[in-house]
Ligand binder design. Structure first.
Ligand code: SF4
Length: 383
């Protein structure tokens, strides 16, 4: 496939890995921020190509994984109401709350619909004037522009039976929280290319300076990731801590200014609780004052819920890069994709799901050849 195969070339990947090995003289720990990058790393065995001095740990960039459990409970309560059509992306339906998930609400007769865009939910609201239509607006900066557009259009078009249950999170404050935590082991970041496509990367420059940590904006294919690792290791080996852009085919320093303006119009920065990470100041987006009418938490009176997380799931340690998924005692035993205990096993971007899917119960570091993994991945995609 044009523009995909080029970034999955096994021979080029091996050449990159050799170049990385040649410049590596110290042990280094890097974190890839995004769950999409984690899946590519595990699926193609990118980490297993790297020299033993380099450890890749997996970051918090899976929106489903970091959505707090009380938000799932709020969604379940709202979705169970007979006057509500609850719209969500599909991967939120199986995320466990304290007493079930959205799929069980649907099975019990609740009207829970999978949509592919918040604007689809707005259309449903327009066509269902007698019902309340709620969209579950989760995600990072990447999904914020489309969600902002749905709310903006609802206001412009006077669609009053539409609202959003918002749990947007922002990447830079989470990176700062990871760097500030006492058990931090991250020395360099591969930042998420799609987030920076929207937001640019100026917000990362003070983080790199203050924490003396290189940050390389990186794409999602194996060669993107290997190039991102190369750039990051080169900085570390030379004692530099700067923001560099590997993903130049998509990312500009200032991002997408129209999308950023729309986000700034509809949302404001708020403190946000992250599943597994706890509360982080100024790490989320909530509706701006002028758009409060569309806040589902206020409309359905669920704003004050708080819930403790299950203690068996160590997703907080996984999302901070302190532990790998197979180091969780429940991994593959009491926690599987069929019966998940935590969100990282549910989500298509979750690190636990990636390890379970591509490595099964392996806890060793036995080497897969990238050529074999590329071939397997292609076979899977052709199925
Ligand atoms: S394997 Fe399951 S229980 Fe363990 S951290 Fe991952 S999601 Fe949580």
């Amino acid at each position: 496939m044009k523009y995909i195969d080029e970034y999955r070339d096994a021979a080029a990947a091996r050449r990159y890995a050799e170049a990385i090995a040649q410049i590596t003289t110290h042990p280094w720990t890097l974190m890839e921020v995004c769950g999409g990058q984690t899946h590519a790393i595990v699926k193609f065995g990118v980490d297993e190509l790297l020299p033993p001095e380099i450890t890749l740990v997996h970051g918090p960039g899976c929106p489903v994984c970091v959505t707090p459990i009380e938000l799932i409970d709020k969604a379940i309560e709202i979705a169970a109401r007979p006057d509500v059509i609850f719209c969500s992306f599909g991967d939120m339906l199986r995320v466990p709350g304290t007493g079930g998930d959205l799929l069980s609400v649907k099975a019990a007769g609740g009207e829970v619909r999978i949509v592919y865009s918040p604007l689809d939910a707005l259309t449903i609201a327009r066509e269902s004037p007698g019902r309340q239509v709620v969209f579950f607006a989760v995600g990072f900066e990447t999904t914020a522009p489309a969600n902002a557009m749905a709310v903006y259009q609802a206001r412009r078009q006077g669609i009053a039976n539409f609202s959003v249950l918002v749990s947007h999170v922002l990447v830079p404050p989470a990176m700062e929280a990871i760097l500030a935590s006492p058990d931090n082991r991250v020395q360099g970041f591969l930042a998420a290319g799609h987030v920076c496509t929207v937001m640019g990367y100026t917000e990362y420059e003070p983080i790199a300076r203050q924490h003396r940590v290189p940050i390389v904006v990186t794409g999602f294919e194996p060669l993107d990731i290997l190039q991102g690792v190369f750039m990051c290791i080169k900085q570390l080996e030379h004692g530099r801590a700067e923001v560099e852009n590997q993903y130049t085919r998509s990312v500009r320093r200032d991002g997408n200014t129209s999308a950023r303006q729309l986000i700034a119009e509809v949302f404001r920065v708020v403190p946000r609780k992250w599943r597994g990470l706890g509360a982080i100041p100024r790490s989320g987006l909530g509706l701006a004052e002028e758009y409060q009418f569309y806040d589902a938490e206020q409309r359905f009176g669920v704003a004050d819920y708080t819930v403790e997380e299950a203690s068996e799931c160590i997703s907080g340690l996984v999302l901070r890069g302190v532990k790998k998924p197979h180091e969780c005692p429940a991994f593959g035993v009491r926690c599987t994709p069929e019966r998940p205990l935590g969100a990282p096993m549910v989500s298509s971007e979750g690190a636990c799901a990636a390890y379970y899917r591509y490595r099964g119960m392996r806890s060793d570091n036995a080497s897969f050849s990238t050529a074999k993994n590329v071939a397997n991945a292609k076979k899977e995609e052709n199925c």
